[in-house]
Design a protein around this ligand. Structure first.
Ligand SMILES: [Zn+2]
Ligand SMILES: [Zn+2]
Ligand SMILES: [Zn+2]
Length: 252
């Protein structure tokens, strides 16, 4: 299994439009963060978690040439607005692409992309998608996926565990009942927005606390805002925790 960070930025991306702060102006390519998403390649198959507004550029950058499923964590704009662009893969594969989301997110996604789901778009050129409601562990082409309920402010959303990797973006709190799903992880990818508290995201300190409690072997922070420069933040983190960056790949 090979995991690639398609994007690691917060909802605005970094640089943030019209901002000229130190991180937004940084020449370090790892300070350029597109919206948050993960590509998981297994065998000759591939799934993505979320389709961000940057999805097309991310897929081109990583040389994606197939897509077997889309898993959605939730339906905020920075996680769904690239869904239209999965049609490139549909045109090639000629098979509806399975899309997985919980009931609340699916409702929002179906409303936002009504022209795709209604199947009566008169102008052609749209993907065919195969929606699946998540109500427990499920399989994608033989790969087991375990949904991990987390809180994003007052909104219950999903993270996903695949084998020894868990991806938890947009998290402000992990309910006690979800901790058993995260035991024995090799890699935890976790929301760490910035140093200052935020109502719907973990701070770096809070993310470190979760990683400590779970005794993860390796932790990666994502959904990163322009408050955190890559190099200087990594210098302050424990050695087994790093900021993720766009294009980072992990072999598992
Ligand atoms: Zn987000
Ligand atoms: Zn900035
Ligand atoms: Zn969100």
């Amino acid at each position: 299994m090979r995991v690639t960070f398609l994007g690691t930025g917060t909802s605005t991306g970094v640089p943030t439009l019209a901002c000229h702060c130190r991180v937004c102006a940084s020449p370090d390519p790892r300070d350029k963060r597109t919206r948050p998403s993960l590509l998981v390649r297994f065998g000759d198959r591939a799934l993505v978690i979320d389709t961000t507004p940057d999805f097309r550029a991310q897929a081109l950058r990583e040389g994606m040439d197939r897509l077997d499923a889309v898993l959605f964590t939730h339906s905020h704009a920075d996680h769904i607005l690239g869904l239209d662009d999965v049609r490139g893969f549909y045109f090639r594969q000629q098979k509806p692409i399975p899309v997985f989301a919980d009931a609340h997110s699916m409702e929002n996604i179906r409303r936002t992309f009504k022209y795709i789901f209604d199947g009566d778009y008169p102008y052609g050129g749209v993907a065919r998608l195969d929606p699946h409601l998540i109500d427990g562990p499920f399989e994608v082409e033989g790969l087991e996926v375990i949904p991990v309920p987390v809180m994003h402010g007052n909104l219950p959303i999903l993270g996903f565990r695949i084998d020894g990797v868990a991806y938890l973006t947009d998290v402000s709190e992990i309910p006690e009942s979800s901790y058993p799903l995260l035991e024995g992880l090799d890699v935890l990818v976790l929301d760490a927005l910035r140093p200052r508290p935020h109502p719907t995201h973990l701070t770096v300190e809070q993310a470190l606390g979760v990683m400590e409690r779970l005794k993860v072997r390796k932790g990666y922070c994502t959904h990163i805002a322009h408050d955190l420069g890559h190099e200087e933040t990594n210098a302050r983190l424990p050695p087994h925790v790093r900021l993720a960056y766009d294009g980072l790949q992990l072999e598992l």
